[in-house]
Write a protein that binds this ligand. Structure first.
Ligand SMILES: C[S@@+](CC[C@H](N)C(=O)[O-])C[C@H]1O[C@@H](n2cnc3c(N)ncnc32)[C@H](O)[C@@H]1O
Length: 214
């Protein structure tokens, strides 16, 4: 079943970024054919930010794997100075078309490579479903690179689906995370300060919204 999905999408373990560009290049500003396109902020993130955030003028935020850009625009509306990146050039072009008046800077960049100039540059880093969209063999690198973006005193929000079964390439995409992702972020110098767990998820056993601080 998963092999069928991988073949259909053109997923390759050693070229894990390529199928995203194909998907977005065949899509449009309505997000047609992009399975995760809500065309709205992620509901778990929206719920969190509406409850917890006051205006954050002057604070910087980075959205990892921003897709069609709605989470970035939500952070901009809350007052953050936002940078949002995705590996797909076509996704970034769609963000720019959808939000022509946005102040958010949409940038093409690869989380597997990391982005050195962004080392400890962001007060808030938001990661929703990007780590789980890439094969497990990249997990350590991805977690290190996401952690590196978080400023001293900054915070990281991770929204991810969790499975009990050990992650394996054969079982994805998506490659839902195991609970030990928390220790992995902590090994990169962050400390988990809060964890919301929600059982209403389409594919995983649980959905987490985890907050880490440096
Ligand atoms: C499952 S989607 C989630 C998108 C968005 N965060 C959301 O919740 O709707 C994963 C996103 O990560 C992007 N992505 C995949 N590999 C990436 C990489 N190496 N660097 C940056 N973005 C990547 C994809 O293009 C896609 O937009």
């Amino acid at each position: 079943m998963n092999e069928e999905i991988r073949n259909k999408l053109g997923v390759e373990e050693n070229k894990p970024n390529d199928w995203f560009e194909v998907l977005y290049s065949e899509s449009n500003e309505s997000g047609n054919g992009v399975p995760w396109a809500n065309m709205a902020p992620h509901p778990v993130f929206k719920n969190w930010i509406d409850k917890t955030s006051s205006l954050k003028k002057e604070k910087t935020a980075l959205v990892v794997g921003c897709g069609l850009g709605d989470d970035a625009i939500e952070l901009e509306a809350k007052g953050y100075k936002v940078t949002a990146f995705d590996v797909s050039e076509s996704a970034i072009k769609l963000c720019e078309k959808r939000f022509p008046d946005a102040r958010t800077e949409f940038v093409q960049a690869d989380l597997i490579q990391g982005v050195k100039p962004w080392f400890k540059q962001f007060d808030l880093v938001l990661e929703i479903f990007t780590i789980q969209a890439l094969p497990p063999k990249y997990e350590k690198t991805l977690i290190q690179n996401v952690s590196d973006f978080v400023a001293d005193d900054g915070e990281l929000i991770v929204i991810a689906e969790i499975q009990k079964e050990k992650r394996s390439y054969e079982n994805g995409p998506p490659w839902l995370l195991n609970n030990d992702y928390i220790q992995s972020f902590e090994a990169c110098g962050l400390k988990q300060v809060s964890l919301q767990s929600n059982n209403e998820t389409e594919v995983g056993e649980e959905m987490h919204l985890a907050i880490f601080k440096r």
